[in-house]
Design a protein around this ligand. Structure first.
Ligand code: PGA
Length: 268
């Protein structure tokens, strides 16, 4: 059974004090919850990563960066390298988010390079892919998603492919309040897992965590997480609010408990 990942992508939100308060609260909450099968991540802005890491250090909460440069180091004003993230012990990093692709012209080829930089520093990449509304309406979802996988993972070794987390985030569902139906999401998640089985190995595909992102909220997360190939959520707006974020963590905990009971129930 794969654990469930509840990841909060804060984007360009929260100041230093708000980050401190939230990190303290969520660390306390998840320590009390004590549920190893739910992985909790928060992705604050760069200036607050160090502080968030030290606040959550002895708790089940892990910290993710929202981006990394595809270059090693040097004269690249404004960029942050994987080596820098590693030096402050950042364990996860989001790459290829549609907002980065849209506003900063990121491509699958440089998402792959970012992934390589992260592997060099033992940081787990959370690789985002997903189609636009126009592509979905044109019936191109599968083609687009498979092309993105091909582009992002071309040349990535099997040993490394097993270390990534994939986030399927239909662009039309991000920040719009419009969520993919659980069936629409499941269909694409299944396709992604199948791609890993075909291009790498069955056990890599089975172990792969595929998160859904795009207007995940407390009122729709249970239905999404109940799908066979949805292993968690990459959550923007609803992750900024402590009540909503912890409600979603609790939902994941309830689902894990239910699945464990089902598995352990005597069969007749
Ligand atoms: P949203 O953002 O939950 O606000 O739609 C998700 C994301 O962009 O990761």
């Amino acid at each position: 059974m794969r654990d469930i990942i509840i990841a909060g992508n804060w984007k360009m939100n929260k100041n230093r004090q708000e980050t401190k308060d939230f990190a303290e609260q969520v660390a306390g909450y998840s320590t009390r919850l004590d549920l190893p099968a739910v992985r909790i991540l928060i992705a604050p802005p760069y200036p607050f990563l160090c502080e968030a890491i030290s606040i959550t250090e002895n708790s089940p909460v892990a910290v993710a960066a929202q981006e990394v440069s595809y270059r090693h180091n040097g004269a690249f004003t404004g960029e942050v390298s994987a080596a820098m993230l590693s030096s402050i012990q950042v364990p996860y990093c989001i790459i290829g988010h549609s907002e980065r692709r849209q506003y900063h012209h990121e491509t699958d080829a440089n998402v792959k390079e970012r992934m390589q930089r992260l592997f060099e520093h033992q940081i787990t990449p959370i690789v985002c892919i997903g189609e636009t509304l126009g592509q979905r309406d044109a019936g191109e979802t599968a083609k687009v998603v498979l092309n993105q996988l091909q582009g992002c993972f071309a040349g990535i070794e099997p040993a490394d492919s097993g270390k990534v987390i994939v986030a399927y985030e239909p662009v039309w569902a991000i920040g719009t309040g419009r969520t993919a139906t659980p069936q629409q999401a499941q269909e694409v998640h299944h396709l992604i897992r199948q791609w890993f089985a075909n291009n790498y190995k069955a056990d890599i595909a089975t172990g792969l965590h595929i998160l859904y992102g795009g207007s995940v909220r407390p009122d729709n997360i249970m239905e999404l997480l109940s799908q066979a190939d949805i292993d968690g959520g990459l959550i923007g707006g609803a992750s900024l609010d402590f009540e909503q974020f912890t409600t979603m963590i609790q939902t994941a905990a309830d689902l894990i408990k239910y699945r464990t009971e089902q598995r352990n129930a005597p069969s007749h």
